[in-house]
Design a protein around this ligand. Structure first.
Ligand code: PLP
Length: 388
């Protein structure tokens, strides 16, 4: 019998939507030109690239000239942080949070090692940034504040408008990583008051290897790469037209289907949350129940009641055909507990016994029932073994 397989790791990546594949297909064959060439092949590719830029700009309320394609969310985060700090010259530090994605934390740590003043703000039990600490740390000397829109592990949403207001009052620029929220909840760069915003295609059924950085007109930003003048000199390198076209189509479809799909995803997520609370009394649901992305469920098993290792749980569930994760995908493979769950105040052992379920288009309520049932069997078996 073929094993039933269920994918519940859509925050790590999503499958490519076949409609996105279809939109990209001509760019791999007849429309193969270099978008910077002046001949007809190049002009044809340029039209496709600029159309894609326009769709992405419109999706976030920006002007097309404010969208810069990158190789993904990691590059866009790095470009925002190192680019702003390089343009700021000697003056200025960075304020970020301890629950950011590694694509923000690592460039910030690197700049701190080079002597920049970098503050990693604490987060509360829901994973939200402490606004008072932000006010205290953000001052005249701050060049950049970088706080993510939605956390990739818990789904907790940040109070972006308030955070942007605090940054601007201090004369700092504000960057947000919206990789997880884009296509899931409405995004409007003007309404949110952001100066820079990171996007990535592969979290919204688009291709891997492409993202974008929104840079508000007039924001000083040095490039990380030097070469040709592509992307108005801010991200040189031959433009990846097929992936840009795929990104735009994925974003367009996500917006078109978002309202209905987010109601369905929330229904599935809440269904699993209810089942797990029934099966495992005392389980901790991580994230802000009032401000959370609709498709993420993150739970911890208190070490005192459930002595479990998240990585072993993930492996055992994988053997049952169910794909989920115990931390962010980028740190999986390491046995370190999630820095996000630790920052929220959980002890190390409880942080290690954490699971993240993230739902997507292919999931059904039948999957929820199946996953809860399998998890119950796996956990009872693991607890019995550890009691021996
Ligand atoms: N930022 C967040 C919040 C993410 O979840 C991820 C990917 O997991 C990234 C950045 C990195 O994006 P990419 O995989 O496109 O480099």
């Amino acid at each position: 019998m073929v094993m039933r397989r269920i994918y519940l790791d859509h925050t790590a990546t999503t499958p490519l939507d076949p409609r996105v594949m279809e939109a990209m297909r001509p760019c791999f064959s007849e429309a193969f030109g270099n978008a910077s060439s002046v001949h007809a092949y190049g002009r044809e590719a340029r039209v496709l690239l600029e159309r894609a830029r326009g769709i992405i700009a419109e999706a976030v309320g920006a002007e097309p000239a404010e969208i810069f394609f990158t190789s993904g969310g990691t590059e866009a985060d790095n470009l925002a942080i190192t680019g702003v700090m390089s343009a700021a010259g000697e003056r200025g530090g960075i304020v970020t949070s301890s629950a950011e994605h590694h694509a923000v934390l690592e460039p910030c740590r690197h700049l701190a090692e080079k002597g920049k003043d970098v503050s990693f703000l604490p987060v509360d039990g829901y994973g939200a940034v402490d606004l008072d600490a932000l006010r205290r740390q953000t001052g005249e000397g701050t060049a950049l504040v970088s706080i993510m829109h939605a956390n990739n592990e818990t789904g907790t949403l940040s109070a972006i408008q308030s955070i942007a207001g605090i940054a601007h009052q201090a004369g700092a620029l504000f960057h947000t990583d919206a990789v997880q929220s884009a296509g899931k909840i409405p995004l409007d760069v003007r309404g949110l008051g952001v100066d820079l915003m990171t996007l990535s295609a592969h979290k919204m059924y688009g291709p891997k290897g492409i993202g974008a950085l929104f840079v508000r007109r007039g924001v000083p930003l040095d490039p990380m790469l030097r070469g040709g003048g592509q992307e108005r000199g801010r991200r040189p390198g031959t433009e990846n037209v097929p992936l840009a076209v795929g990104f735009a189509e994925a974003f367009r479809l996500a917006l078109q289907e978002r309202e209905e799909e987010s109601v369905r995803l929330r229904w599935l997520r809440d269904g699993l949350e209810r089942r797990l609370c029934e099966l495992f009394p005392g389980i901790i649901v991580n994230g802000d129940p009032g401000a959370r992305l609709p498709h993420i469920l993150n739970v911890s098993f208190r070490a005192s009641e459930y002595p479990l290792e998240g990585d072993m749980l993930v492996m055992n569930m994988d053997l049952e055909g169910i794909a989920l994760t115990s931390g962010s995908a980028c740190t999986s493979g390491s046995l370190d507990p999630s820095h996000v769950i630790l920052a929220m105040g959980r002890d190390e052992q409880t942080a290690k016994a954490t699971l993240r379920f993230s739902f997507g288009k292919g999931n059904t309520m039948d999957d929820v029932e199946h996953v809860a049932e399998k998890l119950n069997v796996v956990i009872r078996r693991m607890l019995k073994k550890s009691a021996r």
